[in-house]
Every structure is written in structure tokens, then in C-alpha cells.
Design a protein around this ligand. Structure first.
Ligand code: SF4
Length: 328
């Protein structure tokens, strides 16, 4: 049995200070971290419980942004009126993930910080995993990689990020608020997740002693039409093979702007802004959506067992955009 310390933080400043102890880790819902501790993938010396810091509210700023406290549960975030009305694509994404029981425990901050579900990472019995043991190699590259990346496959790790919520946040240009020893700062979601090189063990740009305090959803520039489409091996309780968060804004009958984020294909939610921009001024047709899908997927470089993801992603992009366009 491995022992570890536990202490409940009283304030954000207290949590940040406690996190500076060697081997300390933040703990909130525990839906991923505790599993990894049980399997021996994670071995923190102590847990800093940040579950009672009052970060569990959703509010609107005077400027119109919707703020999600990092301790808001996934269930509460998905069902909050401000999210459902202003950003329904986020509700859809969150509700497509995990189980109701897990969503009741998992938090907004924890969702962003969850680790990949690559089976070679999840099982310490496998010796070759650059994310778990940097420099040890990548068992998935020549192993079972059906569920792995099609972008960035030349890198040291070919795992995908498992979060549905993050894909919607990417399409919404969310901003992550963190507080660390140097005080608060913000991280645009496009700069939050990192690709595996040169440090495959690092998933994001949050420092080890920085605590996520909130996620900001910027105000929308007028009404939007959106859809989150998740394709998976079974109807529920499964991670995405491919997912698409599509957000469209219209000027009359033509598209004024489009945001399309892809999940299940890379170490981070994948966007191709140049491709998205091609939709501006176009009518919402299958042809225009297919053209954008081709552009978005042009850089894909599948592994041995996941080439199917490329045509699957094309169909998913076209379908998500079509469903978004048809939504009032
Ligand atoms: Fe490890 Fe990444 Fe390779 Fe999976 S894909 S075995 S997480 S290095």
C-alpha cells in the first residue's frame, strides 16, 4: 500500500502554497487522478484538496462573458442556464462525456487536466511510454493505435486528449484563468494544451503549482448556430473516435464566421483557422462543408490502425456543420 498525505486547502492562496511541497498534487473530483493512483500511474506524495474553495459558481461578467468556476461539476456546468442558452455546444459536449455519476463528481478544472486514456499509459506494466516514462519509447506507435492520433504522429507520443468539454471550449475560444505563486494569469485555450515534443510527459501549459480557478467563455458576437457531434464505438460511456464542435454565425443566408474544433485526433483539440475562414461568405452547403473538411484534414498522417479516422472525420465535420446550420 502506498501512503500519501492529504490536506484540505482553505483558500486559493493556501492551495497554491501547499502545492509547492515536493510531490503535491491538486485534488478535486478525483475521477481521473484517483484511478491513476490506484493503478500506480500517479504516485503523489500528498493531495491538496481544492474542492471547497468556493470555486463552484457560474456567473456573467459585466462585459457579457460567462465564467465557470473551476470547481463547478460537469453536470452543473452543462445544465446551467447561462451555458445552455449562450453556449449550447458546451452543454452538448459535456453531456456526451463519461457517465452521469462521473459528471456529478468531475469538475471543470479537472476535466481540462485529465490525462490520456492510451492503454499503454494507463497500465504501468507496459515499459515503453514516453508520457509516463520520458525517453522509454512509445508502445502505441507500432502497437494497438486504432484510437490514437492522426495529427502529430511524427512526435514522441501519439495519444489523443480525451476531453469532450475541451473540444467545445476550443471552438468557443475560451480563456483559462489560473493562479500561481506569481499571482493570477490567463491562458487562451489555443495555448493551453501542448503537443508532445519536446516533453511528452507534459500535457498543458499550467505550471505544477498553478491552480485553475475559472474558465471564461467570451461573449458571443450575436446569435450562433452550433452542434457537438461525437462518434464513438458505442452510444454512451465511450471516448470519442472523432468529435466535432461546430459554431456558425450567419449574415442573412451566408455564413459570417465559422469555428470548427476536432477531438479524438490529436494531443489537443484541433483547429485549422485558415480552413474555417474559407466558410465566410459561403452558403451552408454540403459542398462547402466538404471542402473545409478536406482542408482541415489535409495534414493528417494516420497510424497503422487508424486510417479510418480520416474519412470518418470528414463525414463528421460535414454532418456537424450541417446540423449546426439547421439549428435555430
Ligand atoms: Fe505513451 Fe503516448 Fe505512446 Fe500512449 S501514445 S504509449 S501515452 S507515449
Amino acid at each position: 500500500m502506498r501512503t500519501f498525505g492529504y490536506r484540505r486547502a482553505g483558500t486559493v492562496a493556501d492551495a497554491v502554497e501547499q502545492a509547492s511541497a515536493p510531490g503535491a498534487r491538486f485534488y478535486a473530483g478525483g475521477t481521473n487522478l484517483l484511478d491513476l493512483m490506484k493503478s500506480g500511474v500517479e504516485n503523489p506524495a500528498s493531495l491538496v484538496d481544492v474542492g471547497r474553495l468556493g470555486l463552484d459558481t457560474v456567473w456573467r461578467t459585466p462585459g457579457g462573458a460567462v465564467m465557470l468556476g473551476s470547481g463547478v461539476t460537469n453536470t452543473a456546468a452543462a445544465n446551467h442556464r447561462l451555458v445552455r442558452v449562450d453556449h449550447p455546444v458546451l452543454s452538448q459536449a459535456i453531456l456526451s462525456g463519461a457517465t452521469a455519476q462521473i459528471r456529478n463528481m468531475a469538475t471543470v478544472g479537472g476535466n481540462l487536466m485529465q490525462r490520456t486514456r492510451c492503454p499503454y499509459f494507463m497500465d504501468p506494466g507496459f515499459e515503453h511510454c514516453n508520457k509516463r516514462i520520458p525517453g522509454s519509447g512509445c508502445a502505441a506507435r507500432d502497437g494497438l493505435n486504432r484510437e490514437h492520433a492522426v495529427f502529430g504522429t511524427e512526435l514522441a507520443c501519439v495519444a489523443v486528449h480525451p476531453s469532450d468539454m475541451a473540444v467545445a471550449l476550443a471552438a468557443l475560444d475560451a480563456v483559462v484563468h489560473v493562479t500561481g505563486p506569481q499571482g493570477p494569469r490567463t491562458i487562451p485555450i489555443a495555448e493551453f494544451f501542448v503537443l508532445p515534443d519536446p516533453n511528452p510527459e507534459v500535457d498543458n501549459t499550467v505550471g505544477p503549482t498553478e491552480l485553475i480557478t475559472a474558465v471564461e467563455l467570451p461573449p458571443t458576437a450575436g446569435p450562433s448556430h452550433s452542434w457537438y457531434l461525437k462518434v464513438r464505438d458505442r452510444q454512451s460511456y465511450a471516448f470519442a473516435l472523432v468529435s466535432v464542435a461546430a459554431v456558425l454565425r450567419f449574415d442573412g443566408d451566408v455564413i459570417a464566421s465559422a469555428a470548427v474544433a476536432l477531438g479524438g485526433l490529436a494531443a489537443r483539440p484541433w483547429r485549422v483557422p485558415d480552413a474555417e475562414a474559407r466558410l465566410a461568405g459561403r452558403r451552408p452547403t454540403e459542398e462547402s462543408f466538404g471542402h473545409v473538411a478536406d482542408l482541415m484534414l489535409a495534414g493528417a498522417s494516420p497510424l497503422r490502425h487508424n486510417a479510418f479516422k480520416v474519412p470518418l472525420a470528414k463525414n463528421a465535420i460535414v454532418r456537424a456543420l450541417t446540423l449546426a446550420a439547421g439549428r435555430g
